[in-house]
Write a protein that binds this ligand. Structure first.
Ligand SMILES: NC(=O)c1ccc[n+]([C@@H]2O[C@H](COP(=O)([O-])OP(=O)(O)OC[C@H]3O[C@@H](n4cnc5c(N)ncnc54)[C@H](OP(=O)(O)O)[C@@H]3O)[C@@H](O)[C@H]2O)c1
Length: 269
C-alpha cells in the first residue's frame, strides 16, 4: 500500500482525502492543527493517522507522496517544519497550492527529484474534479503515472505542458466552481424575483444547468452553436440573450478569468 502524507485538510485537502479513503488503496497520515480531532473520529481505520502538527512525524519519514494543501500564506511555516525532517528521496512532493511554483519546492528539498503542481477543484468531493497536473522536467515516468492515478480517484486528470498553463487552469477550472455557483445563485434569485418560491426556483435552475451540460456533452455541438438552436428568432430566449449581450457577458468572463489568472501569478511571487 502506497503511503500519503497530507498536510492541510481544509476544503480541498478534505475533498482529496475522501477520494483516497474511498479508494482503499493508500495508507494516510493527515496533519491539520484543529481538524485532526474530528477527522480522527470520522475516518479512523488501521492504516490512517491524524495528527496535529508536522513535528509529531519524527526526524525521518518514509512516504511515497507528500501532498501540500495549506493556504499559500501557511506554506512558509510548513516548509520550515518539513526542513527539519529527513525525507526519503523516492518521495514525490505534490502541491495543490495556487500560484506556488515548483522551483520553491525544488530549492527546499534538494535530495528529491519528483515534484508535481496540481490544480484540482471542489467537485473532487463527489469524484468529479478537474485535475490539471504539471511536473518538474526530471520527474520519473512511473512517478508521473502514480501521481496521475492518485488524482484520478477524485476526477478527470490531465497533464499540462508548463506552470503558466497551471496558472491559467487556476483561473478556469480551479476557481471555476465559484463562478458557476455565483451564476446559479443569480439565476435562482432572478426566478424568485419573477414570483417563484425558493425551492421551485432552485429545481428549475439546477435541472436547466444539468440538462444543458449533459446535452452539450452528448451532442458534441459547440456551446455557441447550441445557443442558436434554442434562440428562435423574435422569441423569448432571444429577448433574454439580448440582455446578456448588452451587459457584455463574454467580456465579464474574459475579465474575471484575467483577474483570477493575475492573482495566481502574483501568489507565486
Ligand atoms: N478550495 C478550493 O476550491 C481550491 C481549489 C484548488 C486549489 N486550492 C488550493 O488548496 C489549498 C487549500 O485551500 P482550502 O480552500 O482547502 O483552504 P482551507 O480550507 O483554509 O484549508 C487549509 C487547511 O490547512 C490547515 N493548516 C494551516 N497551517 C497548517 C500547518 N502548518 N500544517 C497542517 N495544516 C495546516 C488549516 O488549518 P486552520 O484553518 O486551522 O489554520 C486548514 O484546515 C490552497 O493553497 C488553495 O490555493 C483550493
Amino acid at each position: 500500500m502506497k503511503k500519503i502524507l497530507l498536510i492541510g485538510c481544509g476544503h480541498m485537502g478534505n475533498a482529496l482525502l475522501v477520494s483516497w479513503i474511498k479508494s482503499n488503496q493508500y495508507s494516510l497520515t493527515v496533519v491539520d492543527p484543529i481538524k485532526y480531532k474530528s477527522l480522527r473520529l470520522k475516518y479512523k481505520r488501521k492504516n490512517n493517522k491524524f495528527i496535529e502538527s508536522i513535528s509529531e512525524l519524527g526526524k525521518f519519514i518514509n512516504f511515497d507522496f507528500i501532498v501540500l494543501a495549506v493556504r499559500p500564506s501557511d506554506l512558509i511555516n510548513v516548509l520550515k517544519e518539513l526542513g527539519k525532517i529527513k525525507i526519503k528521496n523516492q518521495c514525490a512532493i505534490v502541491s495543490v497550492i495556487a500560484g506556488k511554483k515548483i522551483g520553491v519546492f525544488e530549492k527546499k528539498f534538494k535530495n528529491i527529484s519528483n515534484f508535481f503542481r496540481i490544480m484540482p477543484n471542489m467537485p473532487a468531493l463527489i469524484g468529479q474534479s478537474m485535475n490539471c497536473i504539471v511536473s518538474n522536467k526530471k520527474a520519473n515516468i512511473l512517478k508521473k503515472k502514480d501521481v496521475s492515478k492518485l488524482f484520478e480517484y477524485s476526477g478527470k486528470t490531465i497533464f499540462l505542458q508548463n506552470e503558466n498553463q497551471i496558472d491559467m487552469a487556476t483561473a478556469i477550472s480551479g476557481s471555476g466552481p465559484g463562478f458557476v455557483f455565483n451564476l446559479i445563485d443569480a439565476f435562482e434569485k432572478a426566478a424568485i424575483n419573477l414570483g417563484f418560491k425558493k425551492n421551485i426556483a432552485k429545481t428549475l435552475v439546477l435541472e436547466t444547468f444539468k440538462g444543458s451540460i449533459n446535452l452539450l456533452d452528448i451532442n458534441k455541438m459547440s456551446a455557441d452553436k447550441l445557443v442558436n438552436t434554442v434562440a428562435t428568432r423574435g422569441g423569448t430566449t432571444e429577448a433574454g440573450l439580448k440582455i446578456m449581450n448588452i451587459n457584455k457577458i463574454h467580456k465579464i468572463f474574459k475579465d474575471l478569468a484575467r483577474a483570477s489568472y493575475k492573482k495566481a501569478k502574483n501568489q507565486g511571487k
